[in-house]
Ligand binder design. Sequence first.
Ligand SMILES: Nc1ncnc2c1ncn2[C@@H]1O[C@H](COP(=O)(O)OP(=O)(O)OP(=O)(O)O)[C@@H](O)[C@H]1O
Ligand SMILES: [Mg+2]
Length: 522
Amino acid sequence: MALRYAQKWQVVLYGLLAIIKSLQAVFVAYIMQQYINFAQKPQGSLLHLLIFAVVGLFGFGIMNILYQALKAKITQDVNLKIKTIATNYMVRARDEKAKIDVSFMTNDLKQLETNRIGAELEIIFNVLQFLAAIISAVIGSWLLSLIFLIASLTPALVQKLLGPKIEAKSAVWESDNRLYTNTVNDTVNGSAMADLYDVEPSMISRLIHSAQKMETALWRTNFLKGTANETTIAVAYIFGIFIPFSFGIYLVTRGQIMLGTFMMVVQLANNFINPIVAVFSYVNDMKTAAPIWKRFKKISRFEAPETTPHDADHFKQLIVKDAGVKLGGRQIFKHVDLTIYPGKKLLLVAPSGWGKSTLLNVLTGNKTLNEGSYQIDGQDLNGKWNQAHGYFSFIQQKPFILNDTLKYNITLGRSVSEDRLKQVINAAGLTPLVSEKGLDYMLSANGANLSGGQNQRVEIARALLTNRPILIADEATSSLDNELSKRIHQTILKDFKGTVIEVAHKVSDEEKGWFDQVVKLG
Ligand SMILES: Nc1ncnc2c1ncn2[C@@H]1O[C@H](COP(=O)(O)OP(=O)(O)OP(=O)(O)O)[C@@H](O)[C@H]1O
Ligand SMILES: [Mg+2]
């Protein structure tokens, strides 16, 4: 149930309001009965009856508005809860294969809103409406009600036949939809490249093809759902209305029930037939969203690891021994030895594609050695992200920029003193940019409104702000000019007191001299 993410009192109150809303139909049927009885045998005042009906309906109207307000509120709350759970998983889960994508967070979760949360709420209401109607009808004439009830259950057969097929078609649609969203992302990002190589037609047809696939799958799902719903309606009319009608009229002609009672049961029968049809239709909706819901349930079982990672404040010795990494079935490197002591500045040099970034990821515990060992202060940290990453700040080869302010991009939401912020901004060579644009300058996603070097400097400021004993720099200065490269090296090699491990292929001899050790790999 998606509703378990709502507050209990809200669901209970929703149930109460739903009961009141269901009684509206009973009220209308009762008024009908009174009118027909009056027509057959005038008794009392017609005006009083009318006033009673109008006042009653007005009361129901107010309660129904409350019902709608609460329904919308529950939907909002559950939606937010589900998004919170999915976000928590997306940000914290380290198993990359299980990572969720943009399409899941947007399209798929939207599906859950209508086809899960909404459907569950509607089912509750319809079941209550069914019960209210059937109980009142039984009080009028149990025999006729029984006939109506048995007859109206026949649509269940249609449901049983088509339900599983709808679920299967939806699964196809969900996967095609994911592919489509990813292709849209590609196309948005790749349109400039398409422009450059004049391959727009191929880019367009690639997206249209995936849209076509997705739309076809959606069409199949909707068509099958539509067919199931229409068949259910037809069956419901025949078995739920015409057959019991014939029987009821027969009872009236035999004088066994009054016309008013017959009309009341007929009126109420609508309210136990329609809810049954509606419940089946909502169950179909739920089947449409079943693959998404299953995926979400798996996500909701995720628990963040017990050990809360914390910043390490020092280390004595980092040792990588006879290390090798295998990726995608290929041995990337082997027999690598490194020993690093606090405060030392180390430069690793290797040709492009040798595996430098991979090795750095081994140090943070993000990648695992398939041979050899990796220890800090005697503790085995091979593949242990939780225990390892707190030792490092990491200037990535490809700077990562969020669609947020310059300040947020540096602090990542951590509270820092203005002095400290100023200090790292200056150290990273960002002072001119900050003076010109201000700290609240909005950066575009992927850093599209800054130069490559400026993005790199934001990445550097972020790393310097995090007080960890070892600073890793993956080609940190390769996109900067000589002057700036020198300044950054001045900062991380001379001003910064911690340990530095840098990989680079282009470092001037002068700057090389600032390192304690230059290791040639490969
Ligand atoms: N997830 C992966 N699966 C399979 N192979 C991978 C994966 N990631 C990287 N590789 C391969 O591993 C090799 C090393 O990649 P890596 O990025 O570590 O090299 P690098 O030395 O940092 O190169 P550069 O100087 O260009 O940054 C490359 O041949 C790359 O194709
Ligand atoms: Mg690299």
